[in-house]
Design a protein around this ligand. Structure first.
Ligand SMILES: Cc1cc2nc3c(=O)[nH]c(=O)nc-3n(C[C@H](O)[C@H](O)[C@H](O)COP(=O)(O)OP(=O)(O)OC[C@H]3O[C@@H](n4cnc5c(N)ncnc54)[C@H](O)[C@@H]3O)c2cc1C
Length: 218
């Protein structure tokens, strides 16, 4: 998996802090953006539940070499924009799939897994040679098939994504992606994302009896 930040709002911490503070000031956000202490101002405003101010910060990521099982979960997040590699227009002409650790660490399981994957791709190639278009041959392809996706989210939606997907109870592959995205977001906007992550980094686990019992570190 490769996670790359393609673009983001420059000085996002300051812009969100200035936007938030301008709600309570006679001055405009332009008047205060250069001087504002984003650490102090933003944590107070967001702490009050005024989350809309962090919608001013937008982040675009390229996510490469992940499974369709991952992207199926990712695109359930509705306050976002996505562009995903098409299986209609791009021929999946060579076997490319994600192998979960539970499979790769078990030699017998890996043999079964690889055999089925190779059989699928053989069949895919045969259908294509018979003139079946990629958009129909793709019906054979598995959840593990690799894909690339570009995603744009604002910081409010990213905070929500990190709450759900950095949790130990999230599926391992999307958790790995969310962890990488969070690390990158923290580098560029340390104030906005200071408390981001699974709910257990901020307080008690909301999962009740289903809690993993192993709180994550910030
Ligand atoms: C551990 C885990 C297991 C899951 N298991 C399943 C499963 O078995 N089956 C399944 O189908 N899904 C499952 N999901 C997906 C889950 O149900 C959500 O679809 C997904 O996490 C997107 O989150 P969301 O709907 O809160 O937020 P988003 O779509 O990211 O939206 C953000 C927020 O905007 C608001 N919002 C967005 N759209 C609306 C709307 N139409 N009406 C009102 N408010 C809205 C809500 O407050 C929402 O929380 C699972 C998710 C997780 C994390």
């Amino acid at each position: 998996m490769k996670v790359t930040l393609l673009a983001c709002t420059p000085n996002a911490d300051k812009i969100c802090a200035a936007a938030g503070h301008s709600c309570y000031s006679k001055n405009s956000s332009a008047d205060m953006v250069d001087e504002i202490d984003s650490d102090k101002v933003l944590s107070r405003i967001v702490g009050m539940g005024h989350y809309s101010v962090i919608e001013h910060a937008v982040f675009t990521f390229s996510i490469e070499g992940v499974s369709r099982a991952l992207t199926h979960q990712l695109v359930r997040h509705r306050v976002a924009s996505f562009s995903q590699q098409s299986q209609r227009y791009v021929s999946m002409d060579s076997a490319s799939y994600v192998t979960p650790g539970t499979v790769s660490e078990n030699q017998n399981a890996k043999e079964i897994y690889d055999t089925v994957m190779n059989t699928i791709w053989d069949a895919y190639e045969k259908l294509e040679k018979l003139g079946v278009p990629a958009e129909d041959a793709r019906y054979l392809l598995p959840n593990g098939c690799t894909t690339n996706i570009t995603v744009t989210m604002n910081a409010r939606e990213l905070m929500h994504l990190f709450s759900l997907r950095c949790c130990n109870r999230a599926q391992w592959e999307i958790r790995e992606m969310a962890d990488q995205m969070l690390e990158i977001c923290r580098e560029v906007s340390p104030v906005i994302f200071e408390d981001a992550g699974a709910p257990c980094v901020r307080g008690p686990c909301p999962e009740g009896k289903k809690s993993c019992g192993n709180p994550r570190k910030k």
